[in-house]
Design a protein around this ligand. Structure first.
Ligand SMILES: NC(=O)c1ccc[n+]([C@@H]2O[C@H](COP(=O)([O-])OP(=O)(O)OC[C@H]3O[C@@H](n4cnc5c(N)ncnc54)[C@H](OP(=O)(O)O)[C@@H]3O)[C@@H](O)[C@H]2O)c1
Length: 289
């Protein structure tokens, strides 16, 4: 069977470039949207040229030019969007509504995967302001996709390793603490931590799988499901360094968040999940683990 042609939108981004790599590795004819707006961004250009060298095809297209998006979409079978949605980088999730319009008009796409990849926004109705905007916007995009009857898959990978593992889920750093570590609540609530390359690989493997059509794909390999205490314990064993544990109650944690900016809150979300979602009720109907 011929491999699906895949267009990655946002292909120079953090998760986007891993999606391109995984798509090429799985042997899919892989296309990347090359936006003229990248202008003089030499880093993005070099990433694109390197992917081209590896066999990807670059398609010029802009979110300011509807026709260019329609023409780009018409050249492929599957569209994966990795639009930015992390506040301290950039946050443009609603631009995807333009992509939804283009996919609807093109009418040929057999699967669309919007920019999700994190916590399942359908289960984040309890998320706090101002960080919850990410989940709200992802739900707006979902609604548009479903109203347009576009075949889709939503990928939920929970916590990216780069953001939540290396720092032992501490805020405002990506590196492990040297002496003291903050533990949220009792530190025993489980969370799912995923390697970003694995997220990309599973995502690409889902695109032709009929079981994932119009469903949410939850990535949660059993070995990746850890409590914060288990995560810390692993690091202590690896580093040979025992950290001083400081527990922070739910009340104190929430009090600290009052008035915090989005940038600060972004790292709080997983911990909010740890504190508040003692048990996650995944919908049986939608679940593919
Ligand atoms: N749960 C977690 O731990 C976690 C962590 C990080 C991210 N995420 C999720 O992963 C997804 C992708 O995030 P990311 O960090 O990979 O994104 P990112 O690297 O910040 O940005 C991805 C891409 O978005 C595109 N973009 C940004 N601004 C744009 C604009 N104004 N017009 C058109 N395109 C624009 C760019 O595409 P070009 O390549 O075309 O320039 C950029 O490379 C988001 O949904 C985010 O919420 C989850």
């Amino acid at each position: 069977m011929a491999k699906s042609r895949v267009l990655v939108v946002g292909g120079t981004g953090y998760i986007g470039r891993r999606l391109v790599k995984a798509s090429l590795a799985e042997g899919h004819p892989t296309y990347i949207l090359r936006r003229p707006e990248i202008g003089l961004d030499i880093d993005k250009l070099q990433i694109l040229m390197e992917f081209k060298r590896q066999g990807a095809r670059l398609i010029e297209g802009s979110f300011s030019d509807h026709r260019s998006l329609v023409e780009a979409v018409k050249q492929v079978d599957v569209v994966i969007c990795a639009m930015s949605g992390v506040h301290f980088r950039s946050h443009n999730l609603l631009l995807q509504l333009k992509l939804v319009d283009a996919i609807k008009e093109a009418g040929n796409i057999k699967r669309f995967l919007p920019s999700e990849f994190g916590l399942d926004p359908a289960q984040m109705e309890h998320a706090l302001e101002p960080g919850r905007v990410t989940f709200d916007e992802k739900m707006i995009v979902r609604k548009a996709i479903e109203e347009a009857k576009i075949p889709h898959t939503y990928v939920s990978a929970n916590c990216f390793g780069g953001y939540f593992v290396g720092n032992l889920s501490q805020m405002e750093t990506l590196l492990p603490p040297k002496h003291k570590v903050l533990i949220y609540g009792d530190g025993n609530v489980k969370a799912v931590f995923m390697d970003e390359d694995d997220i990309a690989t599973y995502t690409i493997k889902s695109i032709d799988d009929p079981r994932t059509l119009n469903k949410t794909l939850y990535l949660r390999p059993p070995e990746n499901i850890l409590s914060q205490r288990e995560l810390i314990e692993k690091w202590e064993k690896l580093s040979g360094n025992t950290l001083e544990k400081i527990t922070i109650s739910k009340q104190d944690f929430l009090a600290q968040m009052k008035g915090a900016s989005c940038n600060k809150n972004i790292m709080n979300r997983a911990t909010i999940v740890q504190l508040k979602c003692k048990k996650v009720n995944y919908s049986e109907k939608q679940e593919i683990s």
